[in-house]
Write a protein that binds this ligand. Structure first.
Ligand code: M7G
Length: 319
């Protein structure tokens, strides 16, 4: 579908250098809350849609994700030893509940800002009912692919990493081979303070591989390389063995440049459910058995109400 020049410009800015270059400025000038997109008491996370206003950019949409950090074994005892301010809430026999006000350095809130946020970002974080799509190889060609080509998120942030224009100091491992190489880097969902919620992504060097659907047996050397070198690098850096890692691809991904997720097996990371995650070891085996597996196979995934791709499937009478 055609997009307005304004929208395209905003999407092209997504993750661009221009944005990270302005990190010295106040990141959320004049922030006004527009709505709560989603919240999770269990995950201690809230997703906000707001408006920010600055002289240079006028009024822009922003998505802000606030998230409480997990406790860290090294610092947690100081919460209790340094004369904590404990306010009693309830006492019954041997049981008591307090409110503890931690010192500021132990009370940080991880704040992820996407600005300017596109409509697609806002929808991505909005709580919506989910619907399953059973996408055949033919559906991919006639419905999904044209949609991706017209609509997908900008992957400028990915190119910034590959070109060392952003996050270069965060790279954990690189294989620079243009065909089989990749960069392993902490995902921006992970604060790197504890390995319990370890989350890295391997971004492949070759450009133009959009997703699982583009993979054939020609890509086996690349995939095997990511699996082997990714595990070795994580073992070396964090002491976590491959058998304690969940290594997978998303289908559908949000960003159409092939990347692989590495998460701690014990971490209930978002996007690990069977309707989205494809284990890299299974992907490799499937391609070893059938070089065209992902071109022909029906792939099942969930889409949110209101998502444009879902509307396309509905219009085609496929959902
Ligand atoms: P995905 O499967 O395309 O989509 O994964 P998802 O976000 O719906 O899971 C992309 C992954 O890249 C996610 O795990 C994001 O958290 C991560 N990510 C996204 N951005 C914009 C960045 C970024 O700028 N830097 C880093 N390091 N990770 C990012």
């Amino acid at each position: 579908m055609a997009q307005s020049g304004e929208k395209r410009k905003r999407e092209d800015n997504d993750g661009g250098i221009g944005d990270s270059g302005s990190s010295q400025e106040q990141p959320l000038p004049g922030f006004q809350l527009h709505s709560v997109l989603r919240e999770s008491a269990r995950d201690k996370t809230i997703f906000l849609h707001g408006k920010v206003t600055s002289v240079s950019h006028g009024t822009q949409d922003a998505v802000v994700i606030l998230e409480r950090f997990p406790f860290q074994a090294e610092t947690v005892s100081s919460l209790l030893t340094n004369q904590p301010e404990l306010k009693l809430q309830l006492k019954n026999d041997i049981y008591s509940v307090y409110h503890l006000n931690p010192p500021p350095e132990l009370n940080e809130v991880k704040t992820t800002v996407i600005c300017p946020a596109t409509e697609k970002h806002i929808k991505k974080y909005l709580h919506q009912d989910l619907y399953l799509i059973h996408e055949t190889g033919e559906d991919y060609k006639t419905i999904t692919l044209p949609f991706i080509e017209a609509q997908s998120f900008s992957i400028q942030w990915v190119y910034n990493i590959l070109d060392k224009k952003a996050e270069s100091e965060r790279i954990i491992h690189e294989d620079p081979d243009p065909e089989h190489g990749f960069i392993l880097i902490p995902d921006f969902k992970w604060n790197q303070k504890q390995v319990e919620d370890l989350y890295l992504i391997a971004i492949c060097h070759p450009r133009g591989i959009k997703s699982l659907r583009d993979l054939t047996s020609d890509h086996l050397p690349l995939l095997r390389n990511i699996l082997r070198e990714g595990q070795e690098a994580i073992l070396k850096r964090y002491g976590i063995h491959g058998n304690q890692l969940r290594i997978y691809l998303h289908y559908q991904p949000s960003y159409y440049h092939l990347h692989v997720h590495f998460t701690a097996l014990g971490h209930d990371a978002p996007g690990i459910s069977v309707d989205r995650a494809h284990l890299l070891c299974d992907v490799i085996q499937n391609l070893e058995c059938d070089p065209q597996y992902y071109k022909t196979r029906t792939l099942t995934y969930a889409l949110r109400a209101g998502e444009e791709l879902l509307e396309k499937y509905r219009a085609a009478g496929k959902c």
